[in-house]
Ligand binder design. Structure first.
Ligand code: F6P
Length: 411
């Protein structure tokens, strides 16, 4: 009898809990009796160059598993690589399945967002058409929370927690600075075309903090004149103004605001522009129009790598969906992605489900319009109620010499 091996890869933008899913895959695969657990380096792109490791050479103990769960960024390396349509280039598929056969792979697990699910969709379709026996399963991951059919995505809760906490800190800092002079702070949040994370800045609104004054999501066109007049009105009432904007806010003509300042030049394999500089542009714009002090704060990669303040709920769910994918593949499922079902809100409980990847790949789930206020410059209570359970609990890092310790790949 041949070997029963499994391979796992990570793809797309990382999160602070993506490695908790990897840990879930590894631990469950070992428990279910797989012989070898391979990790592809830099996702399907590295796999095509036969870049992979036997994970037993990297993970030696339960302590390593715990460290992995607390390590941000993709432990195996990530990629943004789009497979061609099957009819466009059969050779690439033959090559992939040749390597899978050589490694005696039974199950292929891919941890990623909607672009990465495109890879699972194509590979599972090809396997069916050509009669290959391997199973292909997706594990959800993205800070953007824009995957369809799952209540939320692993990575989102921890990023939301960091954003809520950091927004509170930025507000406190700004309030301490504004005595007689006005100051406007613009906070820029990731999330591309979905405003879930930008809305999470509203978490800062607590007993001792007013929260941001205005929140602009990419779901609604951004009217820069209306924005300016709102800011001028607010300045009549208060000296420190805090505005949260998504990196992906667009003008009514469809251009990203960041493109006005030269951002958005770089385009990845999926046609996504690199969005950066929205806050800087708006801070300069307001500075010139109003003549007061302005500051731009771009959370950038900090919001997806701040594992030192990850949410316990998020880390645990990330681990759970990794394990659930292995179980599903082992039981014969393929062409599917594990989803998180919200079982109850109070107490919060969730469970892993499974869904056809064809309904998920390349689809963006955005914030429903009714979860924004009428003027589309703040989120509603319902939005907050949806996020709050996902940011609960801590998963403290192992501190060494005052800093969090990580598990890193030994080459
Ligand atoms: O998809 C996740 C994400 O973090 C987005 O929020 C962001 O727009 C994008 O990745 C940035 O990607 P990169 O780090 O490749 O520029």
């Amino acid at each position: 009898m041949g070997m029963r091996n499994i391979i796992v890869g990570q793809s797309g933008g990382p999160t602070s809990v993506i490695n908790s899913s990897l840990a879930g895959v590894y631990k469950t695969a070992i428990e279910r009796g797989f012989d070898k657990v391979y990790g592809m380096l830099h996702g399907i792109q590295g796999f095509l160059d036969e870049q992979y490791v036997d994970l037993s050479t990297q993970i030696h103990s339960d302590m390593d598993i715990e460290l992995l769960k607390r390590t941000p960024s993709a432990f195996l390396g990530s990629c943004r690589y789009k497979l061609p349509e099957i009819h466009e280039d059969m050779e690439i598929y033959e090559k992939i399945f040749g390597i899978l056969d050589k490694l005696e792979i039974e199950a292929f697990i891919y941890i990623g967002g909607n672009d990465s699910m495109d890879t699972i969709k194509k590979l599972s379709d090809y396997a069916i058409v050509k009669g290959h026996k391997q199973k292909f399963l997706g594990v959800p991951k993205t800070i953007d929370n824009d995957l369809a059919l799952t209540d939320h995505t692993p990575g989102f809760g921890s990023a939301a927690k960091y954003i809520g906490a950091s927004t509170k800190e930025v507000i406190r800092d700004a309030l301490g600075l504004t005595y007689k002079k006005e100051m406007i702070t613009i906070i820029e949040v990731m999330g591309r075309n979905a405003g879930w994370l930008t809305g999470a800045t509203a978490l800062a609104k607590t007993e001792e903090c007013e929260g941001p004054d205005l929140i602009y999501l990419p779901e609604v066109p951004f009217d820069i004149d209306a924005f300016l007049s709102k800011i001028k009105d607010l300045l009549k009432e208060k000296k420190s103004i805090i505005v949260a904007v998504s990196e992906g806010i667009k003008l009514p003509d469809g251009r990203y605001v960041c493109e006005l300042s030269g951002g958005g030049d770089y385009v990845d394999a999926f046609g996504h522009k690199q969005l950066t500089g929205t806050a800087a542009y708006l801070a300069n714009f307001l500075g010139a129009e109003i003549g007061c002090k302005t500051r731009a704060v771009e959370f950038s990669t900090l919001q997806r790598s701040a594992s030192h303040m990850a949410s316990r709920v998020d880390i645990n769910e990330a681990f759970m969906v990794g394990g659930a994918a292995v179980k599903a593949a082992d039981e014969g499922d393929s062409g599917k992605m594990v989803v998180i079902d919200r079982v109850s809100d109070d107490p919060y409980m969730s469970a892993a489900g499974i869904y056809d990847v064809h309904k998920i790949a390349n689809n963006e789930k955005t914030v429903p319009r009714e979860w924004l206020n009428e003027t589309a410059d703040y989120v509603t209570e319902e939005f907050i109620n949806y996020i709050e359970p996902l940011i609960q609990g801590d998963y403290p890092p192992f501190m060494v010499n005052g800093l969090p310790q990580h598990l890193v790949l030994k080459k």
